[in-house]
Every structure is written in C-alpha cells, then in structure tokens.
Design a protein around this ligand. Structure first.
Ligand SMILES: *Cc1c(COP(=O)(O)O)cnc(C)c1O
Length: 370
C-alpha cells in the first residue's frame, strides 16, 4: 500500500453519484461544447470570485494566453514572471509572442519577491519597458499582491494573476483572481477544483472577459464573423457539468487541505525541516504542502521505501530547462529560485487523504530524521 502524493480518482469517488448524474444529463442534452452548463458554470465561478461571469476555456495555459491578450499584452512586450513555477506560465507568455522576464522569489512563500520586481522594473528603463507582471500564487499561497499592485500602479503595468494553484485563496477578504486586471485558472484534474480532463477559466473586468469571450472562439462575437484573429479554446459541457458539482464542495475541500496542513505542521514542528509559512492576513489553500530540507533526495528515497509518494514542484527552474536556457530573459539573479529547487519536497496532499495516512507520513519523516 502506497500513499499517493495526489489522488484525482478519490476526488471523483467522493462525488460519484452527483457527477454521474450530471454527466448523464449532459450526454442526453445534445449540447456538448459551450452550452448551458458552461454558461451556468461561468456565472457560478464569477459569483464565487465576487465579480461578473468568468469565461470557460480549454486549459489553464490557454486561460493565461487569453488573459494576457485580453488585457492588451502584444507580441514583443516584456512580461515579468517567475522561474519557480509550472512551465505553463512561461509557455503562455511566449505563446502570446511576449518575452518572459524572470524575477526571483521570496524564500518564505516561494512567490514573486516584490523587492526584486522593483529592481527589475527600475533596471528596465524607458527603451525596454515592462508591459505586464504575471505573479503566480504558488502552492495555493497568494503572492504579495499589495506590493506587486503598488509597483504596477507606479509603473503602469498590467497585472495578470496565475491562479492555477490557488482557487479559493484570499488576501484579507478578497479572493485571488480579483486582485489584478485579469486572472487565469486551471481545472487540470489535480488542481483544487479539478475536472475529469482539461479546462480553464479567465476572470477580470467586463472589458477583459468580453474580449476573451470572442478570442476563445475564432474571434467571433456573432457566429461566422471574426472581429479579430482568435483561436479555438472552448470548455466542453461535460467538464462544466462536473466542475459545477465540484465547485459546491471547494470551500469544504480547501478547509480539509488546511486541516491536513495543520496536522503536518503540528507533527513536523520539532524536526529540522522548514514548513510552509502563511503570510499574515492571507488564506492558504494548500494545493501543495511543501517542506524544505537540505538532504531532500535522501528523504524522498526514504519516504518512497516507507510507501509514501512525494513529488518535487519543481525540480528544475524554467531558465535552466533545455528549452529555455539562454532564451528566457533573466531580469534578476534568481539565487533563491536556484537554491530552493534542490531542497523542496511536496508531501501527500488531497482532501480525501485519511488522518491515519497523514500519521503514516509524519511517522516516516520522523523515522528518517532520528
Ligand atoms: C497547472 C498550472 C498551469 C497550467 O494549467 P493547464 O491546465 O495544465 O494548462 C499554469 N500555471 C500554474 C502555476 C499551474 O500550476
């Protein structure tokens, strides 16, 4: 018996009868792409985020692409983001034709360091200005949006939030996704709100969502009339129907993730291991529970032998990946990024994990340290 690091099957089984019913109704409706389920889901997600309807798209990567295009980022524009993230963040910037400019992270929360962003902005100068900033709410912890927002206002930067890992997280009483000009969400099966396939969404001002709504389907507002060059990035009805069921449980499941994190915190507190920290006033949704320990690879193998699966998010920063070496623009030294990637470890984390499994994980970690 191995304890998995994440468990999308358990996420289906937990809501099986409701999901099966929703799928059956959808199959019999004859609407399979951009129909009533998508429209309802867009409204429900928008309500959840405290704004107007979101726009359903085919993936989180597409959501980022369309959020960037919808806010006015154009080919050749420079977009500040991080190297310690899913490669999808940087892929999306390049798909727009824009240039990713990589900024270092804060070692406490693993999110963009605003002080470093400020240095990158001031070094950029008037001939090569930054156009936008794309912070990532990594592992479910919001980036420092107050500071990033202040810098963006001072320098007239567009702010697009990468919320793929953080649906439900808050800064004080505001949901992530409502803290910039636009935001992108992913419903990849392992995300906090996971589909049974691919999916994504964009939210933002009505100007942005209106633009994204046309861009996601050939630039159409009116059928067969392409107002501007668009793409095909539609959310299908089955995924929307499933997401509507699961959205109703999101807050409870995020609460369970926090309870699991608390159990890890309590048990690991006495060990020489760095635990995740939550900034004052922020609500963490623990997409991942990431510890930091110098002998990470040894601990990983020890846990594997003890039947505990772990993962590393992410083992190689983007600027050191074969595809991006010497290609992505380094706005910064990236010394924190390069230091953490060899020491971080993501423990098992999903809402359905049993307390006894959490106890097994911490016992295995304690056995190694001793
Ligand atoms: C998952 C993820 C994405 C991309 O989402 P897909 O749905 O896989 O395209 C983008 N950014 C981050 C931080 C992610 O974790």
């Amino acid at each position: 018996m191995t304890i998995p690091q994440t468990d999308p099957l358990a996420g289906y089984i937990a809501h099986r009868s409701e999901i099966d019913l929703a799928m059956e109704q959808c199959l019999e409706s004859g609407h399979y792409v951009l129909g009533p389920q998508v429209t309802e889901f867009e409204r429900e997600l928008g309500d959840y985020l405290g704004g107007g309807p979101a726009v359903g798209v085919a993936s989180g990567t597409d959501a980022l692409v369309l959020a960037l295009r919808g806010t006015g980022v154009r080919p050749g524009d420079r977009v500040a983001t991080v190297s310690h993230t899913s490669v999808a963040t940087v892929v999306a910037v390049e798909l727009v034709g824009a240039i990713p400019v990589l900024v270092d992270i804060d070692p406490a929360t693993y999110t963009m360091d605003p002080a470093r962003l400020e240095e990158v902005v001031s070094r950029s100068g008037p001939d090569r200005p930054l156009k936008a900033v794309l912070p990532v709410h990594l592992y479910g912890h919001p980036a420092d949006m107050a500071e990033i927002g202040r810098i963006a206002r001072e320098h007239e930067l567009i702010v697009v939030e990468d919320c793929a890992q953080a649906l439900g997280a808050q800064v004080v009483d505001r949901q992530v996704g409502s803290l910039g000009d636009a935001a992108a969400f992913s419903f990849y099966p392992t995300k906090n709100l996971g589909a049974i396939g691919d999916g994504g969404a964009v939210c933002g001002t009505s100007t942005v969502t209106d633009s994204v709504r046309t861009l996601r389907q050939y630039g159409w507002r009116e059928r067969f009339v392409s107002e501007r060059p668009g793409i095909n990035s539609r959310l299908d009805e089955l995924q929307a129907a499933i997401l509507r069921v699961k959205l109703r449980y999101l807050d409870a499941e995020n609460e369970r993730r926090r309870a699991v994190a608390q159990m890890y915190d309590d048990a690991l507190g006495t060990l020489p291991i760095r635990r995740p920290s939550t900034r004052e006033g922020f609500t963490h949704v623990f997409h991942q529970y990431v510890i930091r320990v110098p002998e990470r690879d040894r601990l990983l193998l020890h846990l594997k032998d003890a039947g505990v699966s772990t993962s590393v998010h992410y083992p190689v920063p983007i600027h050191l990946q074969p595809a991006y070496q010497g290609r992505a623009e380094l706005g910064d030294q990236l010394d924190v990024t390069e230091a953490v990637c060899g020491e971080i470890l993501s423990l098992p984390m999903y809402p359905e994990i049993r307390d006894t499994d959490v106890e097994t994980v911490v016992a295995a970690i304690a056995g190694w340290t001793r």
